[in-house]
Structures are given as C-alpha cells and as structure tokens.
Design a protein around this ligand. Structure first.
Ligand code: GDP
Ligand code: IMO
Ligand code: MG
Length: 446
C-alpha cells in the first residue's frame, strides 16, 4: 500500500511533519524528486530534526530511499547521515543508481545565473536555494549528467567529467567572464566523488529503485512517497519560471521511482495545506500581506509566530492569506484523496482572518490560477472574511480530537472541504508529532 504526500502550495507546508506522522505505519519512505533544496522538519517529543535529503521516515527508523527522480549531492547526504548518527539515530538510506549527482560546478552555476539576473536589474532572478538543482536537471535533460551508478565506476566517472567539465569552465569564463576554480578541477572531482562511490558501495546503499520498491510492496510493506517543494513551484504546473526544476506533484512519484501510475493511483494522495500561505523566493503572490503598514504588521506577526524562516537558507518567508484558487489547482493536478491542514494554531487570536476565495482578472472572476505568470501577477484576490478562533490549549485539543477544535476553526476547515470537494484527514495544531489531530487514517482507507 502507498500513501503519497505532496505540498499543495509553495513549499514548506509541513510535509516532513506529516510524513513522520504517517510514518508510524510505513516501512519505507521515498523521496522522488528534488534534492537538498528541501528542508523538512520533524519534531519528536520537543527534539527537532531538519532534513534536506534523508527522507523524513529516518527519525522513526524506517528505510529511506532517494528515488531516480532525485538529484543527490553526496556531500550533503553523508554530512546529514553522519550528523544523524551523532544524534543517536541509525538512518537506513538507499539511493537510486539512476539518480543524478549534483557537483560543485552545478552550485557555482546556480549562483552565477542568479547573480547575472540580479545584476541586470530586471527582477528576473528566481531566488533559488543555490543548491545547484536547476543546473543538475539541465544536465540530466541534456544527456550529459552523471548518475549515482557512475560514481561506482571511477573510469567512467573520469570520462564523463572530462567531457562535461570543460563545458562548465567555458560557460564560467567565456560567457560570464569569471574565473573558474576548484569546482572545475577534473582530477580533484574524480577522486572526491569516486570516494563517495566507494562509501555508497561499502554501506550497500545503492539500489535499482523501481525493482527495490516493487519487491518491498510485494512483500507487503507500506510505502510513503515524500514530495518535496510544492505544486505551485512544479516546473510544469507551477508559476513558471519562478519554480524548481522538478515535478513535486503526485505524477512525479511514479516517474521518480520507477513504479507505475496505477501503484500511486491505487494508494492515497494527501495534500499538505498550510492554513495561510508562505513563499520563499521570487514570483507573484496575489494574497500576500504587504503594501501597507497594517498588512505588513500582520505578516510580521504570522511570520514570527509560525517561525517562517527558511529551513535551508534562513531567509524570512513572505506571508499571505490562504489562496483557495491555488488549492483548487493542486487538488486537480495531484488527484488528492484528502488534505492535511497545518498551522491552525498560528492563526489563533488574530484580529482579522481572511482567505483569497477567487481572483479578479481583467474584469472576470476566476476560480483557479491562470496558466501564465504574467496573468497571475495581475490577479486580485476576491477576499472572504472568517471569524478568527481563539488560542486554546492545543495539546488538549490534539489529544481530545476534532470536535474539540474551536467552532470558528471547524467552520474554516468545512469551507475548505466544500470548496475542494475533499476531506480533511489531519489538522496540525503545533510542530510536534503529537500536536496533530487525526481524523481519517489514510492507511485504513486502503
Ligand atoms: P516542509 O518543507 O513542508 O516539510 O515544511 P518545513 O519543515 O520547511 O516548514 C514547516 C514548519 O512548520 C516547520 O518548522 C514545522 O516544524 C512547523 N510545523 C508543521 N506543522 C505545524 C503546525 O501545525 N503548527 C505549527 N505551529 N508549526 C508546524
Ligand atoms: P520544501 O521541500 C520552499 C524555491 C526556491 C526558489 C525556487 C527554485 O522544504 O518545501 P531551487 O533551489 O529549487 O532551484 O529554487 O523554489 N524552493 C522552495 N521553497 N520550500 C522548498 O522545499 C523549496 N525548494 C525550492 O526558494 O523560489
Ligand atoms: Mg521546507
């Protein structure tokens, strides 16, 4: 049985926390796209773990798999594994031999492209995490990428680097007029990355992802697909070009693991919804709280209460009201079977509460985001006000159940259920694993 967990908004919805919550009944947790641009937080009994590559099931001792759709920076991977070991965990991580490898030149080029756009002062920089994600996926699609399997064959690794690195050097030096550094030293890269290959071998970490997962499913194991990023930063379904370079939507779970769509479709697909909206990086955000002092004060209050600072980069996140057109789009694009709504506690006790129910675009009302970012930037939200709920003892509510939520909070959730024609499975009222109200157990649905 499978449960797929996806971000419905712009990332940082609380996917890690939900994967950890559902991870109790899982045997394997699989990342299917993205790389160390993700920052997933798990809080267990007050102890916080911030994971960027190791799947969130690691905190409960589950097998974690990085699927073929991922881009893997072995430096980050081994740093993260070593840090978790120092903290007393024994992460069991497998890496797809078909996954692509992030090299230091990818990170350098990611930074250079962002700086070039910033210097041009045209407002076109994306605000990437600087992890080399875009350049690595470019090399994958350009058929010059290096895969995890290549790290296990030092001669082949050397040949591939000898082909690709001079191209990177030429871009850095001839196109951008900068000096290439150690990120373009073929010999040094070959020896460092072949050493990662040896460690992957010694620790028996590499797998043929599709076969491995098919075997685990055939043996009766439960698998969670852990999406990273979110629907509106999906390269196809997001607001291009302010997107990441992979498919966080549920379809990515099949392409990025080697299991067929029927496997994912036979399971549950749960969309994680932050009860408001946050965005790290550039791009339109029709419900953003900005523009006047009152809106900015409200944004600051929500940002501080919700700890809205990037897990990976520490950047303050932009904050806005819940954007319902985004959620309608995400419900369709992911084929959601249910939603998990988090951060209800963060909105408690505010003086005002609203959502963007629809958009006004060029004199028309629309229920979903338009296909182009230019049109999306012209959208004005049609705002609907809600009665704010009071702050209550959230731990007590988490243990006593859904009916003990303040009535105004239940009204907010019922509105979402009816707009999205889906069910609220869980409600997050705090970051800790226990601060979750479980209403529908997706495993019990299968
Ligand atoms: P992810 O990238 O989707 O896994 O989300 P992040 O971990 O980057 O960001 C979500 C943040 O919200 C983390 O600090 C979580 O610990 C925290 N969090 C998750 N659920 C809740 C919730 O229901 N309430 C509050 N207050 N915080 C939450
Ligand atoms: P999790 O999994 C929020 C954003 C970046 C930038 C754009 C492209 O923690 O939800 P990239 O480095 O991927 O090329 O950056 O995507 N971004 C995220 N925003 N949460 C994330 O991951 C993100 N991963 C990338 O800020 O706007
Ligand atoms: Mg995050």
């Amino acid at each position: 049985m499978t449960v797929t967990i996806v971000g419905t908004q712009l990332g940082d919805e609380g996917k890690g926390a939900l994967v950890d919550r559902y991870g109790g009944a899982a045997d394997v947790v699989v990342r299917y796209q993205g790389g160390d641009n993700a920052g997933h937080t798990v809080v267990e009994d007050g102890t916080e773990y911030a994971l960027s590559l190791v799947p969130s099931g690691a905190v409960r001792g589950k097998t974690g798999v990085l699927g073929n759709g991922c881009v893997v920076n072995p430096r980050t991977l081994f740093d993260e594994i070593d840090t978790l070991r120092e903290r007393g965990l024994e992460p069991d991580v497998r890496v797809a031999r078909r996954a692509h490898v992030i090299f230091p030149y990818h990170r350098r080029l990611d930074g250079i492209e962002e700086e070039t756009k910033a210097d041009a002062d045209t407002g076109t920089e994306i605000g990437t995490t600087g992890r080399g994600i875009g350049p690595t996926y470019q090399d994958k699609a350009g058929r010059r990428g290096v895969r995890v399997a290549d790290l296990l064959a030092p001669d082949r690794l050397g040949e591939k680097l000898s082909y690709v690195v001079p191209q990177k050097r030429a871009v850095i030096e001839d196109v951008h007029g900068l000096e290439a550094g150690e990120e373009c030293d073929v010999g040094a890269l070959q020896s460092e990355y072949a050493a990662y290959g040896r460690r992957l071998c010694e620790e028996e970490m590499t797998v043929d992802c599709g076969n491995y997962l098919a075997d685990r499913l055939a043996a009766g194991d439960n698998v969670v697909f852990e999406g990273a990023q979110g629907t509106l930063i999906d390269v196809d379904h997001g607001n291009y070009p302010y997107v990441t370079s992979s498919n966080p939507t549920a379809g990515g779970a099949t392409v990025g693991t080697g299991l067929g769509p029927t496997v994912v479709g036979d399971g549950e697909v749960v969309g994680v919804v932050k009860a408001y909206l946050s965005r790290v990086g550039a791009g339109p955000m029709p419900t953003e709280l900005d523009g006047d002092a009152d809106a900015e004060a409200l944004a600051t209050e929500i940002r501080e209460r919700g700890g809205e600072f990037g897990t990976v980069t520490g950047r303050p996140r932009r904050v806005g009201w819940l954007d319902v057109p985004i959620l309608r789009h995400a419900t369709r694009a992911n084929g959601l079977t249910g939603i998990a709504v988090n951060h209800l506690d963060v909105l408690a006790g505010l003086d005002e509460l609203a959502v963007g129910h629809a958009y006004e675009l060029d004199g028309e009302t629309t229920q979903t985001p338009p296909a182009t970012t230019e049109a999306w930037a012209r959208c004005e939200p049609v705002v609907r006000s809600f009665e704010p709920w009071p702050a209550v003892d959230w731990d007590a509510v988490a243990s006593e159940g859904y009916e003990t939520l303040p009535e105004a909070a239940r009204d907010y959730l019922s509105y979402l259920e009816s707009e999205l024609d889906t069910e609220v499975y869980t409600v997050g009222v705090g970051p800790d694993r226990e601060q979750t109200i479980e209403r529908v157990d997706p495993w019990a649905r299968l």
